[in-house]
Design a protein around this ligand. Sequence first.
Ligand code: ADP
Ligand code: MG
Length: 410
Amino acid sequence: MANLNYHILSELETMQYIKKIPGLFSETAQLICKEMGDGNLNLVFRITEQDSSEKSVIIKQALPYARVVGESWPLTLDRARIESEALMMQNGICPGSVPKVYHHDKELALTVMEDLSTHIIMRKGLIARNRYPYFAKHIGAFLARTLFLTSDLALDPECKKQKVMQFINPEMCRITEDLVFTDPYYDAKTNQFNPLIKAVVEEIWGHDRLKLEITKLKEGFLTRTQALIHGDFHTGSIMVTEKDTKVIDPEFAFYGPMGFDIGAVIANLLLNYCSHEGHTLIQKERIEYQDYLLNTVEKIWTIFEEEFRTLWKEKARDSYVSLLGYEDDYLLRLLQDSLGYAGCEMMRRVVGLAHVPDLESINDPKLRAKGERLALVIGQQLVLERETAGKISDLTSLIRKVRNREADQD
Ligand code: ADP
Ligand code: MG
């Protein structure tokens, strides 16, 4: 049903609106409001009190169309409800891992939430070669808890299906189906890529086995209601300080395959790895940072697996606890899925509509092409070889092997 009272808020209205929400600001407070969204889809307002640097909130309002494209690309406002409900569920399951939700307004498709301006977008930190010692621990645990505890492993099947209904998100899923699993694999209008890599892209378009494997992964995305996934779990959806990690922006959340989230975060670390071919020209510095990224990928999986196995022991439903071999088999399939989805994400970020700032910020097209080619080589290998992986170090060894081979060719 249409939201009859929906309209796009001005900065002035936003300040009037927020004063009416109990427990935040007083009626007489002198407020400052600034729209600061750098995202693709929504408005993000930051509201602060003039004489207090401590009191501030964020209001995120969905637009009825995609901000990057304009009104010609209409988009459901229901994504704002999904986002606020997913944030609340994630906060319940993994307290402190996401911004606190203070208020949600369904009619206006907006959410009032905790201001994380002390944090920066993880992707920016990685481009600057920062290191985040707690990141892998926090993200590994976040993934394990949010995925395990929303799945059939932990929930009664009827209760789980209620949640599947709650988080049905067809329009946002459609974007992923097209932009991640379909368009990059043929000469689609939405694609855009560096002309210097055209030959490699055409090889991908002509690679039948690769396209078959991508279609199997797409089938998983279309049909599996394994757990409540974030759905857009890249490094632009994570905000960090040296010690803290927060996950934002779950507007693509729905019940889908767990490996899609794990794969997305791995892929975005690997895309950053590839971008340092262009950003970090001193070899020693580059290799040190790339090794840090590979260690981070290994740590995320290792911590994820440890936490997932602990939850299995403590929280799995009776029928799963003592079934011989099921837990190991589940985790092996999950690792292989994650690698496959990571491969899809890497390729689509180079060939498809939505690129990553890590690579885009390399100004010299030749240097950028070097990073992009590496991303396409790794992405293809991950999709094609995923079922040969038995442990996370199989992934990192594969990448080291690709790196050495490419270095020999230089
Ligand atoms: P979109 O879905 O439109 O991409 P995001 O949720 O990613 O919007 O938010 C866009 C930007 O707004 C983020 O990159 C971040 O800089 C900022 N932002 C979003 N949420 C918060 C928050 N809770 N605290 C501080 N900044 C935020
Ligand atoms: Mg978003």
